[in-house]
Design a protein around this ligand. Structure first.
Ligand SMILES: Cc1cc2nc3c(=O)[nH]c(=O)nc-3n(C[C@H](O)[C@H](O)[C@H](O)COP(=O)(O)O)c2cc1C
Length: 272
């Protein structure tokens, strides 16, 4: 379970976070980097199987774009974060999304700009800068810095393709109990999960609400090995939990092992 202090900060950061692809050259001050350091090795049990590493050189070589310049960080800042997954862990994909989004929201809270990047970076360049155990790989990265004044120009191309900031309606991604029967604050936590970022903005998740908790399942095909849908689900789980916790709706995620069922958030006062 994440701490109340982090949950409040992330609750505030969620509506402000968006993907930034064009940065200026200002370095990240040490005091802001120090604000992220305690989170890099994890902040809750669900982070097990993932960690993050600060990369402070070579960012223009790392952020290459997917095909030509599509999905490219056009002007990367000097610092980035690498999200490292331990592929021997059964839930490493969810763990990477959950851990990475906690750090991204903390960066947002501190006033830094970010963008999840899983396709548009060079694995070889990242690998040469991050020490990895044999079972580990860099699954995704984010630039870390300050948005350039003309940032919107850099986002035009990708926005047209991904409809960034547009999301499916809650009614089309939630089943189970009708909203009038949800626990107080469950709706706001689901709303936070709804606006979570996902690769290509595909939102590959569905939620089912009953009186004991909320189940998250994957939706759609898992076509891109560099951006597994369970990583996106880990991001949405972090959003749900942060807002639930910030509002006093207690509970915790329990991983389920079904092919499409990912996890169940069990309310603390639910009868077993
Ligand atoms: C796991 C993941 C991988 C992503 N990979 C890329 C990428 O390679 N290049 C890119 O420009 N954006 C990438 N994005 C950013 C998404 O396109 C973006 O989050 C989505 O369109 C929603 O927009 P928003 O983040 O501004 O809310 C990625 C996002 C996630 C969550």
């Amino acid at each position: 379970m994440i701490s109340g202090i982090l949950a409040s900060a992330w609750h505030e950061a969620i509506p402000r976070r968006h993907s930034t692809r064009n940065y200026d050259e200002r370095p990240v001050p040490d005091e802001l980097l120090n604000g992220l350091t305690p989170l890099l090795s994890g902040f809750a049990p669900l982070c097990e199987g993932a960690r993050a590493v600060i990369v402070a050189d070579g960012t223009p070589k790392i952020f290459t774009g997917i095909i030509g310049s599509f999905g490219k960080i056009t002007a990367p800042p000097p610092v980035a974060l690498a999200f490292v997954a331990d592929t021997s862990h059964p839930h490493y994909q969810v763990a990477t999304g959950y851990l990475g989004e906690g750090i991204i929201l903390q960066a947002t809270y501190l006033g830094l700009a970010t963008c999840w990047v899983s396709g548009g970076f060079s694995s070889a360049e990242a690998k040469s800068r991050v020490e990895l155990e044999p079972s580990e790989k860099v699954m995704a990265m984010t630039p870390l810095g300050f948005a350039a004044p003309d940032e919107t120009l850099g986002t035009k191309g990708i926005k047209a393709v991904t409809s960034a900031h547009k999301r499916k309606h809650l009614s089309s991604i939630v089943s189970g109990l009708p909203p009038k029967d949800w626990l107080p604050d469950c709706g706001e936590a689901l709303e936070a999960a709804r606006i979570a970022p996902s690769a290509m903005n595909r939102q590959p998740w569905r939620f089912d609400v009953d009186d004991k908790g909320v189940t998250i399942s994957t939706f759609g095909l898992d076509l891109f090995p560099r951006a597994p849908v369970k990583l996106d689900c880990g991001i949405a789980m972090l959003h749900f939990e942060a807002v639930a916790r910030a509002n006093g709706l207690h509970g915790q995620w329990r991983m389920t092992d079904g092919a499409s069922h990912v996890a169940e958030f069990i309310f603390a006062d639910a009868n077993p």
